[in-house]
Each structure stands twice: as C-alpha cells, then as structure tokens.
Design a protein around this ligand. Sequence first.
Ligand SMILES: [Cu+2]
Length: 261
Amino acid sequence: MKKMLYLLMMSIGMLFMGSCQKDEVLDLPMDGKIKLAETSLPTGEQLSVFADKALQVGYQNLYFQVKKNGLAVKDQPLTFAPIMDMGSMAHGAPSGNLTYQSNLEAYQGFVVFTMPSGESGTWSLKVTYQGKEVEIPVDVTAAATGNTPVKTISGNDGKKYVLALVEPSKPKMGMNDLVLMVFLRENMFSFSPVEGLALGFHPEMTSMNHGSPNNVVPVSIGKGQYQGKVNFTMTGDWRLFFDLKLGENEIAKDIYLDLLF
Ligand SMILES: [Cu+2]
C-alpha cells in the first residue's frame, strides 16, 4: 500500500514537472519582453500584445500573439493602427505592417508614438483580426529627460514630416549604429515612409560645443529607413543634426534629435 502511494506521488510529481517544462518552452520566445495587454478577440482567439519595454514616446517594437486553443495562429490577416483620442480631435501615428516571426510565434510591427498619454489625450491600438476590431488602451510615457527621439517638422515643400530615431536604442560611448526613419504625414491618420532622401548628418555635444570624427551619414535602405554610424566620443548630451534633400530640393536643414546617456 505504501509503495502504491509512493508511486502515485511520483507520477503526480512528474505530471507537474512535465507541465512546468512545457510552460517554460512556450514562454521562452517572449522572454525579456513585457506584456502590455491580453484580451479575447470577437472571434474567440486570445490576443496578447508585447513590447520590448514599457511604452515611451518614440519608435517602439510591438508584438501581437494570437492563440487558438493554446496554439499560435500565424496565417490570418491582422492589422493594427495607433489612435490618440484627444477629446475634440483624434490622430494616429506612424506604424508598420505586421509580419509573422516564427521564432517569436507573434506578428511583429512598430509604432512611432509622437506624444505621451496624459490629460491631453489617451492612446489605444486598434487591432483588426479577421475583419473584426478590438481597441486596446495603452499608456505611453514621455521620453527620458534630455531625449528627443521623434520630431514632426514642416518641410520647405509645405509638407509635414516625422523623423524618428530607431538606433541607437541603447547608446554607448564609441561607434553606434544609427537608424533614422522618415515619414510623410499625409493626414492625421496616414503616414507613409519616405524613401530616397539624401541626408546630411553630424552630431554635436551641446554642453561642450564639440562634434566627433568618423561619423557615417545615413543612406536609404528602403521602407523609410536610413542607416549610418554615429561616434559618441564621450557620454553626455548629444544632438544629432540632419539635413533632408529630395533630388535638388532641400526639404529641411539642421533638424535635430537629442540623446542623453
Ligand atoms: Cu495627441
């Protein structure tokens, strides 16, 4: 009888061990990311939204995981749009189409938050899945003091552009990857990536009035992205200056984004 009990305990223990291990494997893909929301879709599936970190003004990656009976869904049409409700008006923000990442078991996209949540307005993500919509409220805090990761400018051509810093997301002393995104604001809800700009670029340390050598001016790599290198010779307050040219037309000069680290 004792032996029976022992065996029973053992098998129960193994059952738990088994389920723990299974959970670990399932959770691994989103390791290090934070869950912003979890909700049931009108179609019955479970939707979880993840980000690399708590949402702030600027460029942010988002991950949308849809599960049906515990299994990730990967071949259904899923879109999303960021909306800020400001009471008397509403507006969107630049965002990117979702692509399924099998290693994450999630659809990955991005959004460029142009302002923080607060008294003036609240952000939500409008997710459309199989033609049905859900609205997920999200909280967006201001960028850390001394950082300006996004800016909306009026070009010399009379059009509005949004500039957003994608990299360096974790600036360090020395050479850093530099990725800038440029969007044309077609209207308050529509932002299209601008390709083929010729950029000018140089960094300055504002408090000490010096620049740095060996920077690489970002060049267009498609989808509104411009890739180069920035050399931070010391930590502190850096101002990144950009000029924008389209063909022979200068759209903007000395537009700056700030980093403090
Ligand atoms: Cu707003």
